[in-house]
Design a protein around this ligand. Structure first.
Ligand code: ATP
Length: 320
């Protein structure tokens, strides 16, 4: 299927016959493969007499387009892997394992069959419609030094998107990226290792590039994509390159100064700044007014019993 997708990547119409000849298989086999791609979420246009082409605005992942966007001194410190489909890019990067020194491994997939959010919730990533990226970073400072990293990653995503012209983005604690109250991007951090020594951080980022109406309405909360926000196609490969730049700067800064360096900037993008909110945990709900975050990324709520601080975990923030 990867080869078929490569043939379609020029955005032009290709007849079933031509595709079959190029891949050395029958037209029926081509049709079957195209159906499988559609089942993975790919939007295809098919016109009688002309054949098939990628749905408008779909840009496939292409290292040759990503690499020129990455700053030269960062290129040496990253390794990129791309694939058509995987269960979850977080699992894939974990399987590939760490790279020597401070090199960061990045895994990107056109489609995830088991993309997940926090607490096992499903993250939808139809083929060609989102960025599903996971980075594996080794820190020698211990898991205890990583407080606030997931918030800082949210800020890095916002900065990358701003560099391609996206405006009015907000951050919802701990790390959702919203536009006009709709979810554009989610982040899933998975940390393992020594509390005070070597540890491994997997940073998973999902960003919607262009979802079909059907996919959008199947998400059980308001969601959006870059195409709808900008009113035009946004280059997926350019966004990936800018994400790599932005994450590299963030990881460098974070290892020197932790979340404290990013706190003020994070608060500027706070979606609920000063708003009445509720914090929903498994056994209780706390009502209060959002007062931003502290130097470790903990959420500060002004409540009837004074200011309370919450440090992530099994809690969800909602507008009251
Ligand atoms: P929380 O406030 O607890 O972080 P959340 O509902 O945003 O809540 P996450 O675990 O961050 O939870 O993300 C998973 C949720 O995101 C899903 O349950 C679904 O509502 C939503 N979702 C799934 N796929 C997408 C997508 N492609 N774009 C936007 N939202 C999505």
């Amino acid at each position: 299927m990867q080869k078929l997708l490569a043939l379609l990547s020029d955005g032009q119409f290709h007849s079933g016959e031509e595709l079959g000849e190029k891949l050395g298989i029958s037209r029926a086999a081509i049709w079957k493969k195209l159906k499988s791609l559609e089942e993975l979420g790919l939007t295809l246009d098919s016109v009688r007499g002309r054949g098939y082409r990628l749905g408008s605005g779909i840009e496939l992942l292409d290292e040759q387009q990503i690499l020129p966007v990455i700053e030269p001194d960062i290129t040496e410190r990253v390794e990129l892997h791309t694939t058509l489909s995987t269960g979850s890019t977080n699992d894939w990067v974990r399987e590939l394992g760490k790279l020597p020194g401070d090199k960061v491994r990045y895994c990107l997939a056109e489609h995830q069959s088991g993309g997940r959010g926090r607490r096992g919730r499903v993250w939808q990533s139809p083929l060609g419609s989102t960025i599903s990226l996971s980075a594996l970073w080794n820190s020698g400072e211990g898991t205890a030094s990583l407080e606030g990293l997931s918030l800082a990653v949210g800020l890095a995503v916002v900065k990358a998107l701003e560099s391609v012209g996206v405006r009015d983005l907000k951050l919802k604690w701990p790390n959702d990226i919203l536009w006009q109250g709709k979810k554009l991007s989610g982040i899933l951090l998975e940390v393992s290792g020594d509390p005070t020594g070597e540890c491994q951080v997997i940073i998973g980022i999902g960003i919607n590039i262009r979802l079909s109406d059907e996919h959008l309405v199947s998400i059980d909360q308001p969601a959006t994509d870059l195409h709808r926000i900008c009113g035009k196609a946004v280059s997926r490969n350019q966004v990936v390159g800018e994400l790599v730049n932005s994450l590299s700067h963030l990881l460098k800064g974070f290892s020197q100064g932790g979340f404290a360096l990013f706190r003020d900037q994070w608060c500027e993008y706070d979606a609920f700044k000063g708003d009445p909110v509720k914090l929903v945990a498994a056994t209780r709900t706390v009502h209060g007014r959002c007062m931003g975050v502290n130097e470790l990324g903990g959420l500060m709520l002004e409540t009837d019993s004074g200011v309370m601080v919450f440090n992530g975990g099994e809690v969800s923030l909602r507008k009251s």
